[in-house]
Design a protein around this ligand. Structure first.
Ligand code: SAH
Length: 459
């Protein structure tokens, strides 16, 4: 029995630009063959799959095309679902046709799932429409791999030209186009790492193109034509408030992805490096009727407590939440806090009678007048040290609890702060711990929620 090979377009760089169908098939993959243009994050969708890098860079053809095709055939005999993941679209300068023919000849079942090609990703994320009623009604996709093979007198008149793989031959292409009659002042645009938080755009014209591309490295795509001048006004992507900023998130994996998404949607390059993980503690369910107040100081405490409470309708004590995120977590259990406070100390006096405080197990567990119930503990997740060590540069580091501060420092994170990364704190308790360790706080969130953190970074 042989499996099926899926030729999947990974999209132009932003991992979220893969198609739904492409993502689904990746999740079912037994093996993924990928190259350097496909976003690495996409491999996380197939955590158990065998991964084979068949990368192709111009300078180093790691694996010849025939070998890739042979490997696809061999893998189809081992796995039910084989994914060949290609940057952009497999059929636009991706040699997808050759791979498909080899599969066909070997009688292997296959399917092609298209992807957003770089030209379209680049157009969307620079605000440059490739066609425009007033400027152009035709567009050509051209490879710059070998300009001598192209009849520039024909494509040269196509109004919008999108040139893939054109960085190293840009000078040659520009002079051939001008020789073929295209005006030297025709607008041109070069977009590097399009659709990613590192996208970089250079605006120029045909005459200056050769000079303009000199500092750039692949992958980059060149657009030539009147439309190239339009993007300046419509450049929504680079105008997002956190574009090109690298932000490190240290919070536990359960909370990290939503926060990361919120930052990414504002243009940030987010590195998720959780330095804490939360572990449930099995506790004996207390007799809640014996208490007057239940006090929660974090959303985590709420979740780990109620995970072990069979029926939340039996929660008879009054409930106090410290912080809006804690109150929101209570609402997930259909509990409306009777009181919402800012900090623990100033609110304790207001609580009369017996108070139960479910929270993390920590060393200094004495708060006068309350009974502490440890419901979870913070641990350092495996691999955290390596993740921190792998970070080369950061603009901001987000501290969302005292534990993130302590663990980050224990994992040698201070080097990033020393190199200029700025510390953002979610609230007073975290700030206190930061100060105690001599860390300068660039901004503290207000309100003390992740939305507050985002505002603080932007400010
Ligand atoms: N199949 C791919 C193209 C592969 S050829 C697709 O459909 O996009 C490689 C070329 O694609 C690069 O030289 C560059 O011109 C373009 N490219 C790929 N990713 C890019 C990116 N993120 N930004 C700009 N150009 C990109």
């Amino acid at each position: 029995m042989t499996g099926k090979v899926y030729l999947v377009g990974a999209g132009p760089g932003d991992p979220d630009l893969i198609t739904v169908k492409g993502r689904d098939v990746l999740q079912r993959a037994g093996v993924v063959l990928y190259d350097n243009l496909a976003a690495h994050e996409l491999l996380d969708l197939a955590p158990c799959a065998e991964r084979i890098y068949v990368g192709k860079k111009k300078s180093d053809h790691s694996m010849p095309q025939t070998e890739i095709s042979q490997l696809l055939i061999a893998k189809a005999r081992e796995h039910a679902v084989v994914v060949r993941l290609k940057g952009g679209d497999p059929f636009i300068f991706g040699r997808g046709g050759e791979e498909l023919e080899a599969l066909h000849d070997a009688a292997i079942d296959y399917e092609v799932i298209p992807g957003v090609t770089s030209a379209l990703g680049m157009a969307a994320c620079t605000g440059v429409p490739l066609t425009h009623r007033e400027h152009t009604s035709s567009v050509s996709f051209v490879t710059g791999h070998d300009p001598s093979k192209i009849d520039w007198s024909r494509v040269g008149h196509s109004e919008t030209l999108v040139i893939y793989m054109g960085l190293s031959s840009a000078a040659d292409i520009a002079s051939r186009l001008i020789a073929a009659g295209r005006a030297p002042h025709t607008p041109a645009l070069v977009v590097q790492r399009a659709t990613t938080p590192r996208q970089h755009t250079v605006r120029t014209d045909l005459a200056s193109l050769a000079e303009a591309v000199k500092p750039l490295k692949p992958p980059a795509t060149i657009v030539i034509g009147e439309v190239a001048a339009l993007g300046d006004k419509l450049d929504w992507f680079a105008r997002r408030p956190l574009h090109n900023k690298t932000i490190v998130l240290l919070r536990a994996p359960e909370q990290s992805s939503e926060s990361a998404h919120a930052l990414r949607s504002r243009g940030a390059h987010v590195i998720e490096a959780p330095v804490i993980a939360l572990e449930a503690i099995d506790f004996a369910v207390p007799d809640l009727a014996a208490y007057d107040w239940l006090l929660f100081t974090s959303a985590n405490a709420v979740r780990f407590f109620f995970a072990q409470i069979p029926d939340t309708r039996r929660v008879t004590p009054r409930v106090m939440a410290i912080g809006p995120a804690t109150a929101a977590a209570l609402r997930e259990y259909r509990i409306v806090a009777d009181a919402v406070g800012e900090g623990v100390a100033e609110n304790l006096q207001g609580l009369s009678g017996r108070v139960l405080l479910p929270r993390a197990a920590v060393a200094r567990d004495v708060i006068p007048g309350v009974e502490v119930l440890p419901v979870y503990r913070n641990v350092v997740p495996p691999g955290a040290a390596e993740k921190i060590a792998a970070i080369a540069h950061a603009d901001f580091i987000v501290f969302t609890s005292s534990s993130t501060v302590k663990n980050f420092l224990a994992l040698d994170g201070r080097r990033l702060l020393d190199a200029g990364a700025r510390a953002i704190s979610i609230g007073p308790a975290t700030s206190e711990t930061l100060r105690a360790h001599g860390i300068v706080i660039a901004a503290e969130a207000n309100p003390h929620t992740f939305d507050g953190v985002i505002d603080a970074i932007i400010r």
